[in-house]
Design a protein around this ligand. Structure first.
Ligand code: 5GP
Ligand code: ZN
Length: 112
Protein backbone atom coordinates (compact mmCIF):
# COMPACT_ATOMS: atom_id res chain seq x y z
CA UNK A 1 0.00 0.00 0.00
CA UNK A 2 2.23 2.80 -1.31
CA UNK A 3 0.07 5.66 0.01
CA UNK A 4 -0.37 4.25 3.51
CA UNK A 5 1.39 6.22 6.25
CA UNK A 6 2.24 3.19 8.40
CA UNK A 7 3.41 1.16 5.37
CA UNK A 8 5.76 4.08 4.60
CA UNK A 9 7.04 4.05 8.20
CA UNK A 10 7.50 0.26 8.05
CA UNK A 11 9.54 0.45 4.83
CA UNK A 12 11.66 3.32 6.18
CA UNK A 13 10.38 6.05 3.84
CA UNK A 14 9.23 8.01 6.90
CA UNK A 15 11.31 8.13 10.07
CA UNK A 16 9.97 6.88 13.38
CA UNK A 17 11.32 6.12 16.84
CA UNK A 18 11.31 2.34 16.90
CA UNK A 19 10.86 0.43 20.14
CA UNK A 20 10.28 -3.13 18.82
CA UNK A 21 10.63 -5.01 15.57
CA UNK A 22 10.39 -8.64 14.47
CA UNK A 23 9.44 -10.55 11.31
CA UNK A 24 5.77 -9.58 11.45
CA UNK A 25 5.43 -6.60 13.80
CA UNK A 26 6.93 -3.16 14.30
CA UNK A 27 6.31 -0.73 17.16
CA UNK A 28 7.25 2.93 17.36
CA UNK A 29 6.50 6.01 19.44
CA UNK A 30 3.36 7.95 18.60
CA UNK A 31 4.11 11.39 17.13
CA UNK A 32 1.42 13.01 19.28
CA UNK A 33 1.57 11.12 22.60
CA UNK A 34 -1.55 10.98 24.78
CA UNK A 35 0.32 9.56 27.78
CA UNK A 36 3.96 9.50 28.99
CA UNK A 37 4.28 6.15 27.17
CA UNK A 38 2.38 6.01 23.88
CA UNK A 39 3.53 3.38 21.40
CA UNK A 40 1.88 2.17 18.20
CA UNK A 41 2.06 -1.58 17.53
CA UNK A 42 1.60 -2.35 13.84
CA UNK A 43 1.73 -5.48 11.64
CA UNK A 44 4.09 -5.31 8.65
CA UNK A 45 1.17 -6.68 6.61
CA UNK A 46 -1.24 -3.98 5.49
CA UNK A 47 -4.65 -4.71 7.03
CA UNK A 48 -6.80 -1.59 6.97
CA UNK A 49 -8.84 -2.27 10.11
CA UNK A 50 -10.01 -5.05 12.41
CA UNK A 51 -13.24 -5.14 10.41
CA UNK A 52 -11.18 -5.93 7.31
CA UNK A 53 -9.06 -8.63 9.01
CA UNK A 54 -9.63 -12.18 7.85
CA UNK A 55 -9.61 -15.48 9.71
CA UNK A 56 -6.14 -16.01 8.24
CA UNK A 57 -4.92 -12.99 10.20
CA UNK A 58 -5.51 -14.65 13.59
CA UNK A 59 -1.80 -15.37 14.10
CA UNK A 60 -0.63 -11.83 13.44
CA UNK A 61 -3.47 -10.35 15.52
CA UNK A 62 -2.32 -12.46 18.45
CA UNK A 63 1.27 -11.42 17.82
CA UNK A 64 0.27 -7.75 18.06
CA UNK A 65 -1.03 -8.30 21.59
CA UNK A 66 1.98 -10.36 22.60
CA UNK A 67 4.27 -7.61 21.28
CA UNK A 68 2.38 -5.28 23.64
CA UNK A 69 3.11 -7.67 26.51
CA UNK A 70 6.80 -7.84 25.58
CA UNK A 71 7.19 -4.07 25.25
CA UNK A 72 5.38 -3.49 28.56
CA UNK A 73 7.69 -5.98 30.28
CA UNK A 74 10.81 -4.46 28.69
CA UNK A 75 9.74 -0.99 29.83
CA UNK A 76 8.73 -2.36 33.26
CA UNK A 77 5.31 -0.74 32.96
CA UNK A 78 3.22 -1.18 36.10
CA UNK A 79 -0.01 -1.17 34.12
CA UNK A 80 -0.94 -0.32 30.59
CA UNK A 81 -3.81 -0.10 28.15
CA UNK A 82 -3.99 -1.54 24.63
CA UNK A 83 -6.48 0.33 22.45
CA UNK A 84 -7.62 -0.44 18.92
CA UNK A 85 -9.74 2.22 17.23
CA UNK A 86 -11.84 0.64 14.47
CA UNK A 87 -13.51 3.03 12.03
CA UNK A 88 -13.65 6.80 11.77
CA UNK A 89 -16.41 7.20 14.37
CA UNK A 90 -14.26 5.29 16.89
CA UNK A 91 -11.28 7.56 16.26
CA UNK A 92 -9.34 5.61 13.62
CA UNK A 93 -7.37 8.09 11.51
CA UNK A 94 -4.77 5.78 9.93
CA UNK A 95 -6.22 2.93 7.89
CA UNK A 96 -3.56 0.37 8.80
CA UNK A 97 -4.54 -1.69 11.83
CA UNK A 98 -2.65 -0.84 15.02
CA UNK A 99 -2.84 -1.00 18.78
CA UNK A 100 -2.04 1.98 20.95
CA UNK A 101 -0.03 1.03 24.04
CA UNK A 102 -0.68 3.71 26.67
CA UNK A 103 0.92 3.94 30.09
CA UNK A 104 2.65 6.20 32.57
CA UNK A 105 -0.37 7.97 34.02
CA UNK A 106 -3.68 6.97 35.58
CA UNK A 107 -5.98 6.06 32.70
CA UNK A 108 -9.63 6.98 33.04
CA UNK A 109 -12.62 4.76 32.37
CA UNK A 110 -14.80 5.01 30.40
CA UNK A 111 -12.58 6.49 27.68
CA UNK A 112 -13.92 9.54 25.83
P1 5GP B 1 -5.64 6.24 15.18
O1 5GP B 1 -6.21 7.64 15.34
O2 5GP B 1 -5.77 5.77 13.75
O3 5GP B 1 -6.15 5.23 16.16
O4 5GP B 1 -4.09 6.36 15.51
C1 5GP B 1 -3.18 6.92 14.64
C2 5GP B 1 -2.04 7.46 15.46
O5 5GP B 1 -0.96 7.72 14.59
C3 5GP B 1 -2.34 8.78 16.19
O6 5GP B 1 -2.20 8.59 17.59
C4 5GP B 1 -1.31 9.75 15.64
O7 5GP B 1 -0.78 10.62 16.62
C5 5GP B 1 -0.25 8.83 15.09
N1 5GP B 1 0.51 9.37 13.97
C6 5GP B 1 0.02 10.06 12.90
N2 5GP B 1 1.00 10.35 12.03
C7 5GP B 1 2.15 9.83 12.57
C8 5GP B 1 3.51 9.81 12.13
O8 5GP B 1 3.88 10.31 11.06
N3 5GP B 1 4.40 9.18 12.95
C9 5GP B 1 4.04 8.61 14.14
N4 5GP B 1 5.01 8.02 14.86
N5 5GP B 1 2.76 8.60 14.57
C10 5GP B 1 1.83 9.20 13.80
ZN1 ZN C 1 -0.42 0.16 5.43
Amino acid sequence: MSGCLFCRIINGEIASRSVFSDDNIVAFKDLNPQAPTHILIVPRKHISSLSEAGDGDAQVLGELQLAGRTIAADLKLEGFRLVLNNGKIAGQTVDHIHYHLLAGRRLMWPPG
